[in-house]
Design a binder for this molecule. Structure first.
Ligand SMILES: [Mn+2]
Length: 361
């Protein structure tokens, strides 16, 4: 496995590359160009600049999250081919710069959603929390206000001011887009891009819904194993893969993470490793990464990833905000640094115990 850390760039992150470099065992960064809007072409010069800034600190650019998919593609409007061509150009440009993994999502309007970005735990640490009961009493447009009022001034992916200002026209754009239509639009997109991905050695990983159920009546097609099987079989190629986000899928207790890893193991192109604690029906909070801190068995998930031979990029996903740090919600330094150390501990222990078992010791 390659051990990565998400980083939003010098202007968009509170954490320096040098701090990340000091984390033991780290290989590199999963990066982004924060100034890019969905549908923009990522130019070679801009990608090179990002890559060189990361390599200066002896880290590798392991992949991109996310190259956002324009709403015209997801809604299937007349302009989609134009934006698919832009997406294809971005794939070619990234590949030319030696980047071979892209995380993306295919969610109408709301990418991810939480109701509290700075929930204070008993020990004073801060975490993200989702409570469906809060959402049930809200209008979709209010969700933007709720999120941006808690963002601490950071520009949160998917919740850009720019998109908020167009909220009503976005809702109109998705009128009549049912789950089936959204699946069809994804298939149309994949059929165009995956041949280019094969040619350029680009591994795509679709990110699951967070939370993994319908909110505000908008269709959601990356909620569970059934959805992911359907997506990976739309175009049968290793390039058409999944980002296994354990905290997104795992927020639904009906999603058995170990079963999912075994079922689609050869199509997992990227892993977000994160724990959540179930607090009630459709209510959960993000926790530290350890199994003992949340509801998921992180040992079992790591073991399953090793068993299916996963050798791609894995990174600690959201952590708590600790020790007075000022950070983008979910993306502080300390909890994620401890998280990756824990992940590496699990990995070493499981790998060594399997080797001993197989050699008969
Ligand atoms: Mn994730």
């Amino acid at each position: 496995m390659k051990w990565g850390f998400r980083w939003y760039g010098e202007k968009g992150d509170s954490i320096s590359l040098n701090n990340i470099r000091q984390i033991p065992g780290i290989n590199g960064i999963v990066g982004t160009l924060l100034n890019k809007l969905p549908g923009d072409v990522w130019e070679v010069s801009e990608i090179r600049e990002l890559k060189e800034s990361i390599e200066k600190d002896k880290l590798e650019l392991l992949g991109i999250e996310s190259v956002a998919v324009h709403d015209a593609i997801k809604a299937g409007t007349a302009e989609r081919d134009h934006y698919i061509n832009n997406y294809i150009q971005t794939i070619r440009n990234l590949s030319e710069c030696g980047v071979h993994m892209i995380c993306y999502s295919f969610k109408p309007i709301f990418g991810w959603a939480k109701t509290t970005l700075n929930y204070e735990n008993e020990d004073g640490s801060l975490a993200l929390l989702y409570d469906q009961a809060v959402v049930d009493n809200m209008e979709p447009g209010d969700m933007y206000k709720l999120i941006s009022s808690q963002s601490k001034g950071f520009q949160l992916s998917g919740w850009e001011e720019e998109r908020l200002s167009k909220f009503n026209s976005l809702v109109e754009m998705y009128e009549g887009v049912t789950e089936e239509v959204l699946f069809d639009n994804l298939q149309y997109f994949l059929e165009k891009i995956i041949p280019v991905c094969e040619e350029t050695d680009m591994k795509m990983g679709i990110h699951p819904d967070d939370p993994p159920w319908e909110i505000f009546g908008f269709p959601r097609i990356t909620k569970n194993l059934e959805d992911l099987k359907r997506i990976t079989s739309m175009v049968d190629s290793p390039c058409n893969g999944v980002t296994l986000c354990t905290g997104a899928l795992g927020a639904d207790p009906d999603n058995d993470m170990v079963e999912i890893v075994h079922a689609i193991g050869d199509r997992i192109n990227f892993v977000h490793f994160r724990n959540v604690e179930f607090l009630g029906y459709r209510k959960f909070k993000e926790t530290a990464h350890l199994s003992t801190e949340g509801s998921l068995d992180m040992y079992a998930i790591m073991e399953a990833l090793i068993e299916v031979g996963f050798d791609g990029v894995i990174r600690p996903d959201h952590g708590r905000t600790l020790w007075g740090e000022v950070a983008r919600p979910g993306y502080g330094l300390y909890d994620r640094a401890m998280g990756i150390t824990y992940m590496q501990g699990l990995h070493e222990a499981i790998t060594k115990s399997k080797n001993e078992t197989s050699s008969g010791k």
